[in-house]
Design a protein around this ligand. Sequence first.
Ligand SMILES: NC(=O)c1ccc[n+]([C@@H]2O[C@H](COP(=O)([O-])OP(=O)(O)OC[C@H]3O[C@@H](n4cnc5c(N)ncnc54)[C@H](O)[C@@H]3O)[C@@H](O)[C@H]2O)c1
Length: 356
Amino acid sequence: MYKVTVIGSGNWGSVAAKLIASNTIKLPSFHDEVRMWVFEEKLPSGEKLTDVINKTNENVKYLPGVKLGKNVVADPDLVNAVKDANMLVFVTPHQFMEGICKRLAGKIRADAEGISLIKGMEVKKEGPSMISTLITKQLGINCSVLMGANIANEIAMEKFSEATVGYNQNKSAADRWVQLFCTPYFNVTSVEDVEGVELCGTLKNVVAIAAGFVDGLEMGNNTKAAIMRIGLKEMMAFSKMWFPSVKDSTFFESCGVADLITTCMGGRNRKVADAYARNGGKRSFEELEAEMLQGQKLQGVLTAQEVHEVLSDRGWLHIFPLFSAVHAISIGHLPPSAIVKISEEKPRHVQLLSSL
Ligand SMILES: NC(=O)c1ccc[n+]([C@@H]2O[C@H](COP(=O)([O-])OP(=O)(O)OC[C@H]3O[C@@H](n4cnc5c(N)ncnc54)[C@H](O)[C@@H]3O)[C@@H](O)[C@H]2O)c1
């Protein structure tokens, strides 16, 4: 019997719990109950978020108006939430994962399998290190990833979309994850390329910040398409430089070009970057994030900084003019309009990328 715990309960975490719970109740090899670890918060009413979720079956803060399924049980105790589970779904903002893994080390079942829905990475001296790697190293478990064109609120409304599971050798674990997530409106396929899938999900948030600048400056659709195309090339080049096993075909799955398109059209990174450009860079991302996202976290600015760190360490910034410009703009070193000045570097940029 498989027992699932979802570690995280933000916007996407709550939707993931809903999707999973709709399947565990139907599939005989899965235990009906899905535990969801909640980072406890007090609501303005004075009630605890966990109590309200368990009473109303709704995450009133991060996914209001959507029933999660009666078999979802919110639990504020991380160790208690995972103790019986052999399928662990990690879905928190990436900056919290190091601390969560430390708290979980030695506390999970030896036969547990993990999957990460987290977009982001850690920066190490030797280069980028993915969140699935952090989970595998710190918890000693196999970890797949699930990424895709998945704006959580749309999936919560059961609008059709697709996702990609990336796995590393363990095909039977990947098949189980596909079975757990697939619904008539959420079509999941798998590819043997864990790093490729995870890097797509992580790096597209940086491109979405650039797309938001273009929108905020009202530069139109052609400019935005150009930014997305350059961004996709930089995503591919960056991924292959550090992980030569990454496959070109992965970029044509839902986790690749489809996620890039949806995030550049509608995601929260685009939205806040749009506001940043409209304010001429005078209001910081932290301020806009707090004002516009009600507790949800922005990943693209942090990822741009992480990308900048690994690139500058290697002296490779000039090969990635778009990634470099996003970071420089987001920290106020360049104005938002600099996002289109990268075309001045085009000949060198194209030459270097095409030689990879
Ligand atoms: N929302 C989406 O549409 C979407 C889609 C695909 C992937 N993702 C990815 O899923 C991951 C989780 O995002 P989300 O949308 O579920 O979260 P969110 O941004 O909606 O919410 C933030 C979450 O972080 C929690 N939190 C705050 N402080 C914390 C702390 N110190 N320690 C631990 N947790 C803390 C909050 O309780 C909340 O659950 C991210 O990596 C994101 O990029 C999100």
